[in-house]
Design a protein. Structure first.
Length: 317
């Protein structure tokens, strides 16, 4: 143990989070709350004796190993597998300490960061799609954009690459049977937090909450987590409508060849009229979950407002 302690550096002062690290959803604790706590902790550390510092660092190291990740500081993790899902979307697997998990709650996310060429730090938030109690590793579903700064960085990853993560964060809470129905409005990789919630519900035999997912994608080929969603349709309390936005005749014909008999499809975007037909009237027994691009989220919230849904009846991841 003494040898391990000698290798531990002194506790460095915490780095104030970037504004982009805050998701704006009122997380408890927020990344800035954690920074304030860590700053207070660091100030106390500076006043400690050498023996007290050693004991503190030993405890801190143990907590990081047990929890897999830390909310307070970034941890460098190794890419252990990369799976292409579509031409521009991949599932990346990262290893964590043996027998440890992320200790996540349903709907929470992690923060990824890297230092750009100009020295600035770039951060993005991603929700793992692996099981909440998954040990040894976790998986994230990421779409790469041609002109995206983070996408260019991620596109260079290969097995063995390292990336810095911290978390988990997120204010979403789920209580079985609190609502009679959950309607999910998602597009693209916005399916990730929905996967966590869906799994939480359908795998709990005592949870009778009904889930209806309205999932927007360009084509049938671009539907993410399709195998998982197909499995979930076997449960009585889950249903999904795919809104395929492509107007290309060729892509529509290709989609028809991929569709399964039980697939329910709407050809067009998720708009006000579609939501009006898919959602029940506003009720305390019903909640709407939203996740997609910023423009998608904004549109969905605007549609809900027009349908009379107050803010406490929907949640944006």
């Amino acid at each position: 143990m003494a040898k391990d302690l000698e290798a531990l550096p002194d506790l460095e002062p915490p780095v104030k989070p970037l504004d982009s690290e805050c998701c704006g959803n009122g997380c408890t604790p927020c990344v800035f709350d954690i920074y304030d706590e860590e700053m207070e902790q660091w100030q106390k550390f500076c006043a400690m004796s050498g023996e007290e510092r050693a004991a503190f660092l030993s405890k801190e190291k143990q907590s990081i190993i047990v929890d897999g990740l830390s909310q307070a500081q970034y941890t460098s993790l190794t890419v252990t597998n990369i799976k292409r899902v579509t031409k521009d979307t991949f599932i990346y697997q990262f290893s964590i300490a043996p027998n440890s998990s992320l200790n996540m709650n349903v709907g929470q996310h992690l923060i990824l960061r890297f230092k750009n060429g100009d020295g600035t730090m770039v951060t993005r938030q991603y929700t793992p799609i692996s099981r909440l109690n998954q040990t040894d590793y976790f998986e994230v579903l990421i779409k790469l954009y041609h002109d995206g700064i983070m996408s260019q960085y991620i596109g260079q990853w290969s097995v063995g690459s390292h990336a810095e993560w911290k978390g988990p964060f997120g204010s979403f809470t789920y209580t079985p049977n609190k609502y009679e129905k959950l309607t999910m409005l998602a597009c693209g990789t916005g399916i990730s937090p929905m996967v966590q919630v869906i799994r939480q519900v359908v795998e709990n035999e005592d949870d009778e909450t009904r889930i209806h997912l309205v999932y927007g994608c360009k084509t049938h080929y671009s539907i993410l987590q399709k195998d998982f969603l197909d499995e979930c349709t076997q449960f009585w309390n889950f249903s999904v409508l795919y809104a395929l936005s492509s107007c290309s005749i060729q892509e529509v014909q290709e989609d028809k060849g991929l569709l399964k008999y039980a697939d329910k499809v709407h050809h067009g975007r998720i708009d006000l009229e579609l939501i009006r037909s898919e959602l029940p009237p506003p009720s305390v027994k019903h909640r709407v979950l939203i996740c997609g691009t910023k423009s998608f989220d904004k549109d969905m919230i605007n549609y809900l407002f027009k349908l009379g849904y107050p803010k406490n009846m929907y949640f944006k991841f």
